[in-house]
Design a protein around this ligand. Structure first.
Ligand SMILES: NC(=O)c1ccc[n+]([C@@H]2O[C@H](COP(=O)([O-])OP(=O)(O)OC[C@H]3O[C@@H](n4cnc5c(N)ncnc54)[C@H](O)[C@@H]3O)[C@@H](O)[C@H]2O)c1
Length: 352
């Protein structure tokens, strides 16, 4: 039995939207039925690639279009709550870019409402579809690294500078979603320092974050849109081995290092082993094979599959709530000069 392509609307045709749109266009499971952007110029430039497409300058018009079954939203983060809300209420399934909303409270309302209405709500945590990130997860789970000690993340570049949110809300959702995926739990406590360097802009350009996870696992996230070179790196330190993940090095993103530090017992003069010496072990480093699939293509395909099968997506609203909880705690710490903050537990139904 062949199923009819799902009619989808693409909302937001700025810097990122066209990437999602390309993947929608190339996916046989859907048809791009409508385009929406408040900027008529973006619509005029894009519509000719999609003969017969309906064009709208307001999300309300997309919501009112009964011929559309699902919407993909890549509008500015500060508008996500209102846009997703309108689309869910009109019965559409929604894939929205990260972050789901700008507060945990708003995000919880959206997740609760999607559940009440029986709608699919998926958040574009693209790295959950990244083959390198998934390979690291399986190396952690199968014990290659031993006990996890430390994860360091850096996401730095020059721009794009946002006016509607700071570098933390814009960039850190990726690292937080990756950490939560790898570790499977919320941090016990977090802290962050950051500075808004430009008067009149008032959004922090950098954030230096520390996250303490249960089991003595420490993580740090450094995000910035004020850096001369693009850096997308993570280092994962375990008791047996270490991994480096460089997302900019597409040919060889993952390297496993057979290195570590061991505690060697030292014989004291009485013959007991009460003292220990730390000994550095330097073994070989070897790249790990990683599929070359485009994460965004996998993400879009998964969304369309969830629409058909009605299953809970990877990057579900619930997963996004955990990300929002950590983001909100880090932002609070940032505003309080680095005070330690405990992320709120995530409870669906809490918006009632
Ligand atoms: N997953 C990723 O790797 C990734 C990368 C970049 C951006 N993003 C996310 O994508 C989203 C958009 O980012 P961007 O860089 O494309 O932003 P952008 O500002 O370049 O584009 C936003 C677009 O939304 C349109 N818009 C604004 N208000 C609107 C409204 N009320 N109705 C309809 N259209 C409206 C604007 O005209 C613009 O074309 C953000 O949430 C961002 O975090 C994700």
């Amino acid at each position: 039995m062949t199923t009819k392509p799902i009619p989808v609307a693409m909302c937001g045709l700025g810097r990122w939207g066209p990437n999602l749109l390309r993947n929608l266009r190339e996916n046989p499971c859907c048809t791009v039925a409508a385009l929406c952007d408040r900027d008529q110029g973006s619509l005029d430039a894009t519509a000719p690639l999609h003969p017969g497409v309906r064009v709208y300058t307001s999300i309300g018009d997309v919501a009112a279009d009964e011929g559309i079954r699902a919407a993909v939203v890549a509008t500015p983060a500060g508008l996500h709550h209102d846009h997703v809300s309108l689309l869910l209420e009109s019965g559409k399934d929604v894939l929205v870019e990260k972050p789901l909303a700008m507060t945990l409270g708003e995000a919880t309302k959206l997740v609760d409402r999607a559940r009440e209405l029986g709608r699919i709500l998926m958040v574009g945590h693209t790295f959950l579809f990244n083959p390198a990130v998934r390979r690291v997860k399986s190396e952690i789970d199968n014990g290659t690294l031993g006990d996890l000690h430390l994860i360091l993340a850096q996401r730095l570049s020059l721009g794009s500078i946002r006016t509607d949110c700071n570098a933390l809300w814009n960039l850190a959702p990726h690292d937080i979603s990756i950490l939560l995926h790898w570790l499977g739990r919320l941090p016990d406590r977090v802290s962050a320092r950051g500075i808004a360097f430009h008067e009149g802009h008032k959004q922090e350009d950098i954030a230096l974050c520390v996250l303490e996870f249960p089991g003595r696992v420490m993580a740090s996230i450094h995000v910035s849109w004020l850096n001369p070179v693009k850096v997308r790196e993570m280092t994962i330190v375990g008791s047996n081995r270490m991994l480096t993940y460089n997302d900019v090095n597409t040919a060889e993103p993952l390297v496993l290092h057979d290195q570590g530090v061991s505690e060697v017992p030292l014989m004291d003069p009485e013959g007991s082993f009460e003292r220990f010496q730390l000994q550095v072990r330097r073994g070989e480093s070897k790249p790990l094979a990683v599929d070359q699939a485009e994460p965004l293509a996998l993400e879009v395909d998964h969304f369309l599959d969830c629409i058909t099968t009605r299953r809970e997506p990877i990057g579900s609203g619930t997963e996004a709530l955990r990300v929002s909880s950590v983001l909100e705690a880090l932002d609070l710490s940032l505003k309080r000069g680095g005070e330690t903050v405990v992320p709120q537990p995530v409870t669906e139904g809490a918006s009632k």
